[in-house]
Design a protein around this ligand. Structure first.
Ligand code: HEM
Length: 374
């Protein structure tokens, strides 16, 4: 426990039991970077990631074993800390393949047909500084210092070839990916992640998360797609909503997370149950609208985090859900998000950031993430 290998059929950080802390950074390639720079960057990132995820310094000389006359390879703030379940997951954004019609790295013809920025959704107020990117690095760990150290050192490696476009810290996972993980709560106080695609559900992972052989493109087989949405939550407004109304909005009970149709947390919601002639689970509740039955079976592996970026000038929390979902096809997210256009929850949330990435399969031993692309 505590160490997740970087190499494997799939990248880690997807079905890995969700860690408590996140630092995710989106990068843009420098304007002069070449195809060789991109390949070298992915190789060096993979090598560094394979060390960092074992709790090692970024290189053999690391933080303190190099010459006194040179800046150290590793920044050093993780010295003495264990691997802390660190996973590093690398993604490739739509613009890496083609930016304003320019094929900067000779990979435009390899672009996954479905990889594009998400279409606009009702209520979007997206900010450029929290959206898009040529590449992404998702670092998850049980210790925030370890996650921050990973992103910081990968950014240093990228110097001159790619730079951070935006990054997001998250805490308090808002999902679970294994059955033995207790369901955490989001900042509205509700259990989040009850109904999720779990790591031991091979059939659901094959159906909804991993790109299969036969899907286009072949180089992405064993990979996935990541949707990142920064969703501001209007805490002070929500906090003045009556408890009963909060439960109606979500469609679940706040104490144990049971669906309002009855039972316990893991009881499947029954949308046919009525109370006093009205549906027990409101027709516009979040759970009802997000449920696969309402979306042609579309499912998402959710892996989001709470975030608090401090407070704004009015003293209100600048906080919300950094929603992350892994899917076999981005259309799964689009379908659910469109259905959510009438969600009662919408009055209390605002989507302010959006990004999509293709997640290559895991690296083989001695190889690198993205190798199958070139
Ligand atoms: C379920 C909260 C945004 C998709 C839930 C649950 C809560 C919740 C409390 C019930 C517990 C559970 O089954 O996990 C929130 C909050 C959001 C948000 C506070 C915004 C800040 C989204 C978005 C999507 C989404 C943007 C996808 C487009 C889902 C799905 C489920 C779910 C698929 C499980 C439904 C089921 O199968 O029963 N959410 N959610 N949520 N949510 Fe969200």
């Amino acid at each position: 426990a505590g160490v997740h290998p970087f190499v494997g059929e799939h990248q880690s950080g997807i079905t890995t039991p969700v860690q408590d802390h996140l630092h995710l950074a989106a990068f843009d390639m420098s304007s002069r970077a070449t195809r060789e720079d991109l390949v070298a960057l992915l190789q060096e990132w993979s090598y560094a990631a394979s060390r960092l995820t074992q709790g090692l310094d970024v290189s053999a000389s690391g933080a303190v074993a190099g010459p006194l006359t040179a800046p150290p390879d590793d920044t050093g703030e993780a010295l003495g800390l264990p691997a802390s379940s660190l996973t590093i997951t690398i993604g490739l954004g739509p613009t890496l393949f083609e930016l304003d019609g320019v094929d900067r790295f000779g990979i435009a013809d390899r672009r996954p047909p479905g990889l594009a920025p998400l279409p606009p959704f009702l209520g979007d107020v997206l900010k450029a500084e929290a959206s898009h990117g040529d590449l992404c690095v998702q670092a998850c760990a049980d210790d925030p210092q370890v996650a921050v150290h990973a992103v910081r050192n990968l950014s240093r490696i990228a110097f001159g070839r790619a730079h951070v476009r935006w990054s997001q810290m998250g805490f308090g996972r808002t999902s679970r990916t294994t059955a033995d993980q207790a369901t955490p709560r989001n900042l509205f106080g509700f259990k989040d992640g009850t109904a999720n695609v779990l790591a031991d559900d091979d059939a659901a992972l094959a159906e909804s998360v991993w790109v299969a052989s036969g899907d286009e493109p072949a180089w992405l087989t064993g990979g996935s797609y990541l949707v990142a949405r920064k969703i501001e939550m209007l805490m002070e407004t929500w906090d003045r909503v009556q408890l009963g109304e909060q439960q109606t909005i979500v469609g679940r009970d706040k104490t144990i997370g049971a669906p309002l149709s009855g039972g316990t947390e893991m009881t499947a919601p029954d949308f046919d149950v009525e109370v006093d002639g009205a549906p027990a689970i409101d027709v516009a509740s979040h759970v009802r609208l997000a449920h696969p039955d309402n979306n042609g079976g579309a499912r998402l592996l959710r892996r989001g985090y709470n975030y608090v970026d401090g407070s704004n000038a009015l003293g209100r929390l600048d906080a919300g859900l950094f929603f992350l979902a892994y899917v076999r096809d981005l259309e799964q997210f689009v379908t659910v998000q469109r259905t959510l256009s009438t969600d009662l929850l919408n009055e209390y949330v605002r989507h302010i950031g959006s990004a999509t990435f293709a997640i290559p399969p895991g690296a083989r031993v001695g190889g690198f993430v993205g190798e199958t692309l070139f």
